[in-house]
Every structure is written in C-alpha cells, then in structure tokens.
Design a protein around this ligand. Structure first.
Ligand SMILES: Nc1ncnc2c1ncn2[C@@H]1O[C@H](COP(=O)(O)OP(=O)(O)OP(=O)(O)O)[C@@H](O)[C@H]1O
Length: 274
C-alpha cells in the first residue's frame, strides 16, 4: 500500500487562549476526494489555512510523501504543490482570462530588444486548459473574468492550479454560491482533477455534493475530528446529523414544525390566501 500524499498527525491550533483545533489527524491520498465537513465555526477554515501555509499549527506534524513539512507562508505551501481555490475562484474581475490565469508567472516573448507579455500564448493556454476541464463555451482569453459565471470562475481557478502542477487541491466551498446546474459542472471538474491523480480536499456544508464526489469524509465538530469514514460507510442522514454537531436532525425538524404550527395558529382571522 502506498503512503498517503499528505498526512496530518495530532494537529492542534490555538489563538492565544482560544483552542480552535484539537488533535486532528488526517490522511489525504492521491486521486481521491477527501470531503471536510462541519457546521459553521467547526474549524474547517482554520485547518485549511494550516494546510495552505497561512497559519502554523500550535503543535502536531504534517508530512508529504512521508517527509516532514512545515510551511512558512502560502508561497511555501504552493511550492510544495498545495493549491487553494476559494468560493468565488479568487480571480480578478477586471483582468482578462489569460492574464488572470498566469498572474505572477506570465509567458513572455521578445519584441525587438524588449521582453513583453505574450498575450496570445497566455490566452491559448488558458482557454485550452479550461476546455480540458469541460468548459467549452469560452474561446476568447481576452474576455474579462468579471463576465464569467460563478462556475466558470471556479473552473478557471481549478484549471490554473492543475496547469501549475498542484498535487493537492483545496476547494473551499466551491459550490456554495452556485445554482444546481453550475454546481453539477463544478462537481464534474472535481472528478476530473481526481482522475488526474490530484488529491482533492473539498470543503462543503452540502452533504449531497459531498456524497456525489467524495471517496473519504472527515467531520469536524467544535475543532475535533468527530468522524472519519469512507464512501458507503454512512448514510446521508447519519452524515447530516453529524454535521449538525451530533444533534438529531429529526429533533430539529420537529422543533421547527411545532414552531410553524404555533405561528399558523396566530395567523390573523379571515386572512385571505387568494
Ligand atoms: N484568528 C482567530 N482568532 C481567534 N479565533 C479564531 C480565529 N480564527 C478562527 N477562530 C475561531 O475558531 C473557530 C473555528 O473557525 P473556522 O473559521 O475555522 O470555522 P469554519 O468551520 O471554517 O466555519 P465556517 O463554515 O463558518 O466558515 C471559530 O470559533 C472562530 O471564531
């Protein structure tokens, strides 16, 4: 059995007196999607900030390919092949697709004595990489990122990470702001990244989206890992309950129903529903 690409062991994180993460151990494998689930405030963002070099853990270790790593900065994590894509793609609305794809690493060409940005090449590569992820509607790399749909922006950011050789792709709520069709498209792109052998860490509140693409699931509750299981080992209902912090969804639903019933009982007499 091959060793995991990324392994976290006993990660703790405190901000001054506030303990946010407690003893988190996780393994992330190549060509797999690990879904990181948890309610608001569970510690998901803190954990991905540790993985992406924004925060240092207070204690615990990380290794990649069985070699110990410690990231001093996001740049350092990125140099180790860890790419993070945020909810809105993290791209620049007023930049062209080609520019945004290469920002900081633009291809150049000679023009007389000068070295200038090679716009044509940047556009071609960006459009081709997006096409490889199934975005076929975009054929003009000069288009502004601001004119792309939410799903297309995610695709652009993921295509960029793939192009620059990410081995771990962290997607922070990539489908949260999208409609059903666009979310489906982004989920397909996640599966394509997985097929390329990339280890994907998919952060979401949406159990259906997680179950659609996940191979492996970890649930955080109040900073601790409450569950760690593989596809098929738990039902959707059990996962939803876990994500609600262990509270039974049925209990919550019953509470909401009785609240609505009480509310209806107070509806004004003779109110018309025409
Ligand atoms: N810099 C910080 N200083 C103090 N507390 C922090 C800091 N960053 C996060 N926290 C606390 O850590 C806890 C976990 O926050 P985090 O943002 O990681 O949760 P999350 O699971 O990503 O939530 P959400 O889904 O709402 O984004 C919260 O109680 C938050 O207030």
């Amino acid at each position: 059995m091959t060793s995991p690409l990324l392994r976290l062991t006993g990660i703790n994180k405190s901000f001054g007196p506030i303990d946010v993460l407690h003893d988190i151990s996780l393994e992330v494998n190549r060509g797999e999607v690990l879904c990181l689930l948890g309610d608001n405030g569970a510690g998901k963002s803190t954990l991905i900030k540790i993985l992406s070099g924004v925060h240092k853990p207070t204690s615990g270790t990380m290794d990649m390919d069985s070699k110990s790593v410690a990231f001093d900065s996001p740049r350092d994590a990125s140099d180790h092949g860890i790419a993070t894509v945020h909810q809105f793609g993290g791209t620049f609305p007023l930049m062209s697709i080609g520019r945004s794809f290469f920002v900081g690493a633009e291809p150049t060409r000679r023009w007389g004595p000068l070295t200038i940005y090679d716009r044509k090449r940047a556009n071609e590569i960006a459009v081709t990489e997006m096409r490889q992820l199934g975005i076929t509607r975009i054929d003009d790399g000069d288009r502004l990122v601001g004119g792309l749909s939410g799903g297309e922006r995610q695709a652009l950011a993921i295509a960029r990470a793939v192009h620059f050789g990410a081995s771990v792709l962290i997607l922070d709520e990539p489908t949260a702001a999208l409609g059903v069709k666009e979310a489906a498209h982004v989920l397909r792109i996640v599966l394509q990244a997985r097929r390329k052998g990339i280890a994907v860490i998919f952060i979401t509140h949406n159990v259906v989206h997680a179950l659609t693409v996940g191979d492996h699931f970890a649930v955080l509750i109040r900073g601790s890992k409450a569950a760690d299981f593989r596809k098929g080992e738990k039902s959707r209902e059990a996962i939803t309950d876990l994500m609600a912090g262990g509270e039974q969804m049925a209990e919550l639903e019953a509470e909401i129903e009785s609240f609505s019933a009480a509310d209806n009982g107070h509806a004004p007499q003779g109110a018309s529903h025409a």
